[in-house]
Design a protein. Structure first.
Length: 192
């Protein structure tokens, strides 16, 4: 495994070597270039949300510029609301290592973000910028399932928000008349 990681370091570019990300000013006044500069105002995007039973929702975030620490208040420019960062983690396989400080170019996990979900941008109040959300391919498979008992129907109604907040918004649709739930997702030729 060490050899593979050494090759990744040798072959792939560092965040300083890639082209700068572009975003729009949150008030709509033109484009903003975001370089991986540690002294610049922070700009980050949530690219995935995980639900863990004992932690709650963990947002996986890529920090494009700046430096952040636990407890910092940021602006969710997608919903125009303020968020306070809880505990920050570096994810290494299945392990989580608590991080006091995260710098531009890092990917990390943040817990207990109340109003922030997949595709949302968090930025410093001094430079409220909005980044483009990640693009997801269209779903290739769809199937329906219906609860057989009232107990199952109650369980499903409680799990629906967690299913929606996953890695992309809106994978679950409901038929109000029959109580069926339609789930959409991606499939490969081997899973059909």
């Amino acid at each position: 495994m060490k050899e593979v990681l050494d090759e990744v370091v040798d072959i792939l570019p560092s965040p300083l070597d890639v082209r700068p990300e572009t975003g729009t000013n949150a008030n709509g006044a033109g484009e903003v270039e975001i370089k991986p500069d540690l002294s610049a105002p922070a700009a980050r995007i949530v690219f995935k949300t995980l639900s863990e039973q004992h932690l709650g929702d963990m947002s996986l975030v890529r920090l494009f510029a700046g430096t952040i620490e636990t407890g910092k208040e940021l602006m969710n420019t997608t919903h125009n609301r303020t968020e306070k960062l809880g505990t920050l983690y570096h994810l290494i396989g299945k392990d989580r290592v608590e991080a006091k400080k995260v710098v531009g170019g890092d990917m990390f996990g943040a817990v207990k973000l109340k109003e922030t979900h997949t595709g949302d941008t968090l930025a410093d109040k001094s430079r409220p910028v909005r980044l483009a959300p990640p693009a997801f391919p269209s779903r290739s498979r769809r199937s329906a399932s219906a609860p057989r008992t009232r107990v199952t129907r109650r369980r499903w109604s409680g799990s629906e928000p967690a299913a929606r907040g996953g890695s992309h918004p809106g994978p679950v649709l409901r038929d109000q008349h029959q109580g069926d739930r339609w789930c959409a997702g991606w499939a490969t030729s081997s899973s059909r």
